[in-house]
Design a protein around this ligand. Structure first.
Ligand code: SIN
Length: 283
């Protein structure tokens, strides 16, 4: 598509684009909104530099994509409950989101998109990697596609936490004050290959972080294929890498991407504000 109001520069062959010539804190015309939405569908991950955004403004921008969601495990900011602060302090030894995943895949209606805004970033490191799950699906053999057709999996928020999600989240200095007192476990069934509700394209929807097992199969039976698909989906040719500066906003589509926050900045702080957008049941 040709854009009239914004500039769109691809970041990599697989996915991702920087969007320029726009001030998101100013009123946006209908054409600008449509073009941002189109850039999001075309590129899956869109990056805006040098944006001055208050938490309220970030929620308003999220509203361009749908209804801002509430993340169940962390309290939001006072006065802006949809905004969650993701802080890694210099003392924290692990980060939030350091494994490949698609946000809240364990919910019946997982979040369709995420807006992450950088306040403080390390001098070097702390990038986010993204992978294109349309490309990952397309690159599978016909035999594998046939096998995955109609396959359903169980997605769990407890995978990898051994029932200790609250304890593990509270062990992070930067998050401990925001961890919700009551931590629920979410489990849902979704197709392993989902069809994007807006583009109609098929995307692989599997991750080691949240896909527990295939329906009517044991964890032991399911794990080898979940691990294979998860590793295949993040081959370098399906990915892009976003480096952060303060005042960078990144918006990604959870319906056809996965992401990973690179944990390579020990001893430095990184402080981000995250808002997610409610999605629909994957089909
Ligand atoms: C997330 O997993 O949502 C956070 C990603 C990041 O901090 O880069």
């Amino acid at each position: 598509m040709t854009f009239q109001t914004i500039e769109v520069r691809p970041l990599a062959g697989a996915l991702g684009a920087e969007v320029g010539n726009i001030d998101l804190s100013a009123p946006l015309s209908n054409q600008m909104r449509d073009e941002i939405h189109q850039a999001f569908l075309d590129n899956l991950v869109i990056v805006f530099r040098d944006q001055k955004l208050t938490p309220e403004k970030q929620v308003e921008i999220a509203g361009l994509f749908g209804k801002p969601a509430i993340y169940p495990f962390l309290q939001g900011l006072d006065g802006a409950p949809e905004v969650h602060e993701l802080l890694k302090t210099a003392e924290d030894e692990v980060n939030f989101g350091g494994n490949w995943h698609s946000d809240t895949a364990y919910r019946e209606c997982p979040d369709m998109g995420t807006l992450l805004y950088a306040h403080e970033v390390p001098d070097v490191g702390g990038d986010t990697l993204f992978t294109n799950m349309y490309l990952a699906y397309d690159a599978l053999s016909d035999g594998m596609k046939e096998m995955l057709k109609g396959l359903t999996a169980i997605y769990s928020s407890e995978k990898g936490y051994d029932g200790k999600r609250a304890e593990k989240m509270k062990s992070l200095d930067g998050l401990k004050d925001a961890v919700q007192a009551e931590i629920e476990t979410f489990e849902s069934e979704h197709p392993v290959v989902r069809t994007h509700p807006e583009t109609g394209q098929k995307a692989l929807y599997v991750s080691k972080s949240h896909t527990l097992r295939f329906k009517d199969m044991t964890v032991e039976e399911s794990t080898p294929l979940i691990d294979y698909l998860s590793t295949f989906a993040v081959l370098p040719e399906f990915t892009c890498r976003v480096d952060w500066q303060p005042q960078t906003l990144v918006i990604w589509d959870n319906r056809c991407t996965k992401h990973l926050a690179v944990d390579d900045y020990a001893g430095q702080r990184r402080r981000m504000h995250r808002v997610t957008v409610e999605g629909v049941q994957p089909l």
